[in-house]
Write a protein that binds this ligand. Structure first.
Ligand code: MN
Length: 351
């Protein structure tokens, strides 16, 4: 019978970054992702991609590949129309490997919607046909960061994300970048590098120079809730949590304690199930949302484009990973025009 899961195929793929991508936690040279193909009884299939980030979630590609091969067996014979039940089950099964959970949950929705002749974008709510992404400048020598930002701005991106790791160099790099990119709007991401007071110092220095920082992302250690709250209360810019939020419970605690203005949802941290819960929670609490990514190829980025455009819930989109990889994955559900990512219909996707 159609809609029943018959089999899974799992394969690991390595993508090189166009240039090494450095953040305060370390450097990435390649992204090793794991693709999942979920096949239904009638041959219709759904795809998904896991992009594990050891620096952020302590997952390795091997853990994810082996985990998927073993644990997906528990889903054989189940009906994708009962996707809520499958979400609950996969929340438990893939608890230690959230990127695998994201891939499987998306593949479930992809197979279900393929059977219905629609896309996951429509399933998630069909809110916007397109979204606008930023592009990221990694940590490097300041003149290289400035050059990179200049070319990103010239390419048409209107929000630039800048990675920082120390107060002095951070202030200088953001300031120099703003000079050559029209003070366009910057998401400054410290990836947990600062003590709370240092983050406030960086923030105030940039503010005094009139820099248009739209978000200060994860300034302090992910477990330092008090520090995050201190930064929020003392920084002139809105503060976003990234590494501090994986499951919905994390978002609940941060919101309850007044620690955040924004939450950066990544499907690789939360899967579809917790991401949906966080969207509703943030809306209820008046907390803003951005969506981010790890090292996904076009397939994995499609998952987030469908989710973000479908729910229409995000103020900022940081979905640039596939743009930073050397090779393209031909599996792709969106097309790009400068910084605009437009949804492709089912007829233009994998079939
Ligand atoms: Mn981040």
């Amino acid at each position: 019978m159609a809609f029943k899961i018959k089999a899974f195929e799992v394969s690991k793929k390595t993508y090189m970054y166009s240039k090494p991508f450095k953040i305060s936690l370390g450097a990435h040279f390649e992204s090793v992702n794991v693709e999942v193909k979920l096949i239904l009884d009638d041959g219709i299939f759904g795809l998904g991609e896991a992009s594990p980030s050891f620096l952020i979630s302590s997952e390795t590609p091997d853990m994810v590949e082996i985990g998927l091969k073993e644990l997906c067996q528990a889903l054989i014979g189940k009906d994708v129309r009962n996707y809520r039940k499958l979400f609950d089950e996969t929340d438990v099964i893939f608890k230690a490997i959230p990127s695998a959970k994201a891939a499987v949950q998306y593949a479930i929705i992809d197979a279900l919607t393929a059977s219905l002749g629609i896309t996951p974008f429509e399933f998630f709510g069909g809110s916007r046909d397109s979204i606008y992404t930023d592009k990221t400048v990694g940590i490097d020598e300041i003149e290289n960061m400035v050059e990179e930002a200049r070319s990103i701005y010239a390419e048409g991106f209107r929000t630039i994300k800048i990675k920082v790791g120390s107060v002095e160099k951070g202030v200088k790099s953001v300031e120099k970048i703003a000079e050559v990119t029209g003070n366009t709007g910057y998401i400054v991401d410290a990836n947990q590098a600062f003590k709370a007071k240092e983050a406030v110092e960086l923030s105030r220095k940039l503010y005094e120079k009139g820099i248009n920082v739209v978000l200060l992302e994860q300034p302090v250690h992910r477990k330092d809730y008090d520090g995050l709250k201190f930064v929020r209360q003392n920084s002139p810019y809105p503060v976003a949590a990234d590494e501090a939020v994986f499951e919905k419970y994390d978002a609940f605690k941060l919101i309850q304690n007044g620690c955040v203005d924004y939450i950066n949802i990544k499907l690789m941290k939360s899967g579809i199930s917790d991401a949906l819960a966080i969207v509703e929670m943030a809306k209820s609490a008046g907390v803003g949302l951005m969506i981010g990514c790890m090292g996904e190829s076009s397939l994995g980025i499609t998952q987030s484009v469908d989710f973000a455009a479908g729910t229409g819930a995000f103020s900022y989109h940081d979905l640039d990973a596939s743009l930073m990889l050397k090779e393209e994955n031909p599996l792709k559900g969106f097309e790009r025009d400068k910084d605009e990512l437009k949804i492709l219909g089912r007829d233009k996707r994998w079939k």
